[in-house]
Design a protein around this ligand. Structure first.
Ligand SMILES: Nc1ncnc2c1ncn2[C@@H]1O[C@H](COP(=O)(O)OP(=O)(O)OP(=O)(O)O)[C@@H](O)[C@H]1O
Length: 310
């Protein structure tokens, strides 16, 4: 599938020490990350974390203050490389007076090698409204045109800024199927999202960014494995919060009446020893959900000392 000087070797995206500052504002800081060929990498973080900044750097739409960007073995500023990428921007602002069909036809013509059947089939699968002017479409409906645009030339690399944010649940399912089909054909996907629940089914790995810095890169199952346990206790003698918080690996989530909720990282042994003297009458322990893991990263408390950003 690969063309030109790039023999399909090496990662699809390689970011090395990438830094972008906007005046005194931090965009991203020393970002080092690779996306392997055929991989689906989810780039996650809260508002303002630096996701769109990174995506614009990957696309060569903005220049870094330091560091390097390599895409499909070359620079994203080379036309030959750009043609092999499908890009969904955060907001589609192209030619608001054109209908979706006119825009797609014109860009397909410029691109070359795009089949009308592919455009129609993508538009039908995503329920894109092709005949109304883009400015009259809702954000979600503009997003569908943007997705057709990103996928229509069957690119080797898809770079998608929040592709699922405007889509209803049925379309999110269709999007997941589309991604799986393209990956089965050898494509690589780099997509951003606020929400792991929306992209969990399609991503192989996630990179989590907070305040411009990578805080974790792992598989979804790896994240689950190093999740803390959430423990609910009922005690005859509830000790002071500081006593509970002093138990190794324990963070107090809630404490009311005779009930205590705790988050436990690592071994449960110190907690089990400590509650011997507290008159425990009931204990329920469960692994933290992905949502709780993410909140921990977003808050800035590391889930554990596991493999951090590499
Ligand atoms: N053109 C710009 N000029 C000045 N500051 C900018 C510019 N673009 C981004 N920033 C700043 O860089 C930081 C990262 O912004 P970015 O848009 O990359 O975040 P994001 O993770 O995509 O957020 P969201 O989820 O809200 O879209 C923010 O502090 C933002 O204010």
């Amino acid at each position: 599938m690969s063309r030109g000087s790039d023999a399909g070797q090496g990662p699809a995206v390689r970011l090395g020490g990438l830094t972008k500052r906007y005046g005194r504002n931090r965009g991203v800081e020393s970002l080092t990350l690779e996306v392997a060929r055929g991989e689906v990498l989810g780039f996650l973080g809260p508002n303002g974390a630096g996701k769109s900044t990174t995506i614009r750097l990957v696309m060569g739409l903005s220049r870094p203050n330091a560091g390097s960007v390599q895409v499909l073995g070359g620079s994203p500023r080379e036309v030959a490389v750009r043609r092999r990428i499908g890009y969904l921007p955060g907001e589609l602002r192209l030619f608001p007076a054109l209908s979706g069909r006119d825009l797609l036809d014109r860009l397909a013509h410029i691109h070359g090698g795009v089949s009308a059947v592919d455009i129609d089939s993508l538009a039908a699968r995503l329920g894109a409204e092709l005949d109304r002017p883009l400015r009259a479409l809702s954000k979600g409906n503009r997003q569908k045109i943007g997705l057709v645009l990103a996928f229509m030339h069957r690119p080797e690399l898809l770079v998608l800024d929040e592709p699922t944010s405007g889509l209803d649940p049925l379309l999110q399912d269709e999007f997941a199927r589309l991604i799986r089909e393209r990956v089965a054909d050898g494509a690589t996907v780099f997509l951003s999202s606020h929400d792991l629940d929306e992209v969990e089914r399609v991503v192989d790995r996630v990179a989590i960014i907070r305040e411009g810095r990578l805080v974790a890169v792992d598989t979804v199952s790896g994240l689950r494995e190093r999740a803390p346990r959430v423990v609910q206790l009922h005690l005859d003698h509830v000790p002071a919060q500081a006593v509970l918080a002093a138990i190794p690996g324990v963070r107090v989530i809630d404490r009311r009446g005779d009930g205590v909720s705790l988050e436990v990282n690592g071994s449960m042994a110190p907690l089990l020893r400590a509650i011997g003297d507290m008159g425990a009458t009931d204990l329920v322990a469960r692994p933290a959900g992905l949502d709780e893991i993410f909140r921990a990263f977003y808050r800035g408390t590391d889930v554990d000392e596991g493999p951090l950003a590499s």
